[in-house]
Design a protein around this ligand. Sequence first.
Ligand code: ADP
Ligand code: GLC
Length: 474
Amino acid sequence: MKVFHLSAECYPVAKVGGLADVVGALPKYQNQMGLQAAVCMPYYERKFVQENEFEVVFEASSLLGTQRFYFEILKEKTNILGFELFLVKIPGLLDRENVYSYPDETEQFIAYQIAFLDWINWSQQSPDLIHCHDHHSGLVPFLLEHSRLYHRLAQTPTILTIHNGQYHGAFSWAKLGLLPEIDLSKTGLLDWNGGINPLASAVKCCWKYTTVSPTYLEELTYQSNGLEYLFYLERAKGTGIINGIDTDIWNPKTDTMIPENFAIRTLAAGKQKNKAALCEKFNLSPDKPLISFIGRLVVEKGADLLPAAIRGSILAHPGGVNFVILGAGDVKTQDALLALHAEFPEQCNVFIGYDEVLAHLVYAGSDFLLMPSRVEPCGLNQLYALRYGTVPIVRTTGGLKDTVIDFGDEGGYGIRFVQASVADILHAVGRAVSLYETTPHLQLLRKRMMALDFSWDRSAKEYVNLYESLKPII
Ligand code: ADP
Ligand code: GLC
């Protein structure tokens, strides 16, 4: 079975968040299961592209509205990632450094989708399935069925995986002309709320959609930035499949990015050494419970709550709890966190920026990982934390709800709280501090969480079962 994954991100080619981790791992595991899974993504001028060898496997020109554009499809030569990687390069449009936030993002992603479809169409490829991730490839299911140009491929099954239902990629009907020739009687399938909405269109036109956790599937019907009714209507087409983690990269036994490797057997000493290295880096005492946060400093992640919650926790446990923050995002939150570090230099330290290697050390060296997310479709941070024996403190939402059991419940290992509020975080931190003081209990929980299996083996299989289930329809 030949499958194309279409995504804006893929680790280690270009990563902004968890989407990259998933698209960098799932196809690899699918190939190990006997599929032929490939990734086709936009070209970004980044380290991975500069350090690896690519060949041009296709070149042509196409139309974006009235504008002709030239594109190349580049293939990474050695399949170093465990799958075929194709990049769509379009001079002046898809040859930049950053993944998102350009003013012509709409044009960028439409051109990416057109180039992909033209390539497989003109080179006479017939994939068994096209797997779209988020809104960036959300027009593909519509175009396959309702553009005369791609008639040959109209029966190709499509799957949409929703990693983040907050972003839709919506744009005005005034830009309809950017799309290739389509059946104008079908434009309703592009529309949501008076605009062209690629995520909504994908939900309507894909054969099946998935969300990255079962709870998120339900949450989208009442919290999806305006698409609630659509998700309610299309609910029967959806399935929740929890993400896995790439254990080739996230494994405390073999991780080359941490100072001390460890396994369940060597857990206590291993954690201690990593904690010592992390605390030294951040000028914190290694003898106090250490609670960390890693992630985008945005409202979705509850990052705006962090300054008050950390301040309150430090005041509630004077000299009794330390914090490390690794992230970047809203300037107001960044500034408030830096001010907190200035106020409590011995209890709170902050790294504003993105640092993959440092993230590994934070997972390995922290005692607790705080995730006060307002929205968390799956969340990978808590899965990495579990793998590294770090107790997740999570808000009970989305994938966090599906993957973390409170240590007060049978078989539990984490700390959960209900509201995205400073008060609830303070209470959860209080429980963490008490837990830290009962070392044998904490060690037991750490062993329990490290033994959990969140590898891709299980989830990759669920995707394949879903693909297979489309066969009778074909
Ligand atoms: P999201 O994709 O919504 O940001 P996830 O939990 O799915 O959330 O994935 C976040 C990924 O990005 C994880 O791999 C996490 O380690 C990584 N990450 C987030 N912020 C940073 C940062 N500042 N430095 C390094 N890694 C980061
Ligand atoms: C999104 C979500 C996150 C999820 C990731 C990978 O970025 O915000 O919860 O883990 O996608 O699916």
